[in-house]
Design a binder for this molecule. Sequence first.
Ligand SMILES: [Zn+2]
Length: 180
Amino acid sequence: MVIAALPLVRLFMQKERGAAAKAQLMELVNDELGLLAALIGTLFILWDKPLADPIAAIIVATIIAINGLRLFRENLCFLLGRSPGPEFLARVESLARSVDGVLGVHDLRAEYVGPGTVHAGMHIQVHRGLPLEEANHIAEEVRRQVQQVTGCGYCIIHVEAAEPKALSLAEKTTAGLTGA
Ligand SMILES: [Zn+2]
């Protein structure tokens, strides 16, 4: 009986260390329950009660299945690209708009690609006829701001020329400010 229990005890010790290292209390409890069921099943076999072994196996399988489903459910939102929420998007948009030379922001998107990791993308509008180097500099500044303030992992910025209507509006505002 002691010989049969030895590998279980050793397994129990290993599992306990692994779970403790990950600091996952639920994992530890599940492992303990599973191992306890396996140990009881083994003991019943030694005591000539063979039916207890398949019952213990079913209990162990159920615990593992529940554990797996729980982990799957926890990670599903990350696999499917959960949105970080409207507050996050509003913050990114206002950051982008605060950068000099940005006349408009649209098609802003952001999604979780892992726990605490967000990837974002947006279109920014700059003045028509702006040299490529300057447009690129504006895009880099938007990316730098967004990554620095939000901790966003990856930020794709598509630069486009502002439509004539938006441009004339922006110019009027600038002229008005300069004239004032
Ligand atoms: Zn666009």
